[in-house]
Design a protein around this ligand. Structure first.
Ligand SMILES: NC(=O)c1ccc[n+]([C@@H]2O[C@H](COP(=O)([O-])OP(=O)(O)OC[C@H]3O[C@@H](n4cnc5c(N)ncnc54)[C@H](O)[C@@H]3O)[C@@H](O)[C@H]2O)c1
Length: 256
């Protein structure tokens, strides 16, 4: 019987792939045979220092919000590993302020990274898949807070709701072309942006401690396993779906 988690026929692009969660996702996808192209803004030496050294992992520096840079990214991929068949819109940032104090320039930069980059990357992939007459899969990293008003990160919550809406729109419009789109919604992960807030903001930590029904922060591996499943043929009938992997965070009315 074939191993349905083998990804040897997949070429996967992931934005923000050198980040705390991304590098674990890259490791798991590459370990299952995929050719993984990691995009990030980090200098190549810094990215390579945190990425697996496997020959099926490549790095291309580019700003995922910038259409010209994204064209260059896809052109570089096509010249080396070919057109990706899975594209993961994974980069993102968070800022924490009460709504009445949230700086507007930070609102703009958050929306640009979280929402615009997902659109620019997905549009670039979709254009190429349609022109080539091939199918493709878009994966969007949202968050459990896309449906929950978790305090002090309201623009982030809104950006993840927008990404969910983008995912559903791409899924609906592009299904006739054989292009699917799904989202992964993690909870409170023990690395990256949530861990930074956990370590620096005592009020966040006390709220977060009460908000995880399974009682512990999420491992990045559990996020990577959701990516693995969605990239695999096991999920081939899924489109327009959100895979919520949040330890039950969304079951609670936040911090009560
Ligand atoms: N950490 C969590 O608890 C958590 C929970 C739910 C969802 N998420 C989501 O997971 C994703 C990764 O989060 P993380 O915690 O690993 O964050 P992170 O800050 O560790 O990683 C983000 C990466 O994006 C890169 N990046 C920044 N600007 C870029 C640009 N213009 N183009 C390309 N790359 C750029 C950064 O250099 C960094 O490597 C985000 O979308 C985040 O919203 C995280």
């Amino acid at each position: 019987m074939p191993n349905l988690l083998d990804l040897f026929d997949k070429t996967i692009l992931i934005t923000g792939g050198a980040g705390a969660i991304g590098r674990v996702v890259v490791d798991v996808l590459a370990a299952h045979g995929a050719t993984v192209v990691v995009n990030d803004v980090l200098a190549a030496a810094d990215a390579r220092a945190v990425l697996p050294t496997a020959p099926n992992v490549r790095y291309i520096q580019a700003d995922a919000t910038d259409a010209v840079d994204v064209e260059r990214l896809f052109a570089a991929m096509e010249q080396t590993v070919g057109l990706p068949n899975v594209v993961c819109c994974h980069t993102g940032m968070v800022g924490a302020y009460p709504v009445q104090e949230y700086p507007l320039d930070e609102f703009d930069s958050l929306m640009k990274l979280n929402v615009r980059s997902a659109f620019v990357i997905s549009q670039a992939a979709a254009k190429r898949w349609i022109a080539a007459g091939t199918s493709g899969l878009l994966l969007f990293t949202t968050s459990w807070v896309m449906d929950v008003p978790w305090p002090e990160i309201t623009p982030y919550n809104a950006s993840k709701a927008a990404m969910k809406a983008l995912m559903r729109g791409f899924a609906r419009e592009l299904a006739p072309h054989g292009i699917r789109a799904n989202a992964i919604a993690p909870g409170i992960v023990a690395v990256g942006m949530a861990k930074r807030q956990w370590d620096t903001d005592p009020s966040y930590q006390s709220r977060a401690r009460k908000a995880i029904p399974l009682g512990q922060m999420q491992t990045p591996e559990s996020v990577a396993h959701a990516f693995l499943y969605l990239c695999s043929p096991l999920a081939s009938y899924m489109t327009g779906s959100v895979l919520l992997v949040d330890g039950g965070c969304s079951l609670y009315p936040m911090d009560e």
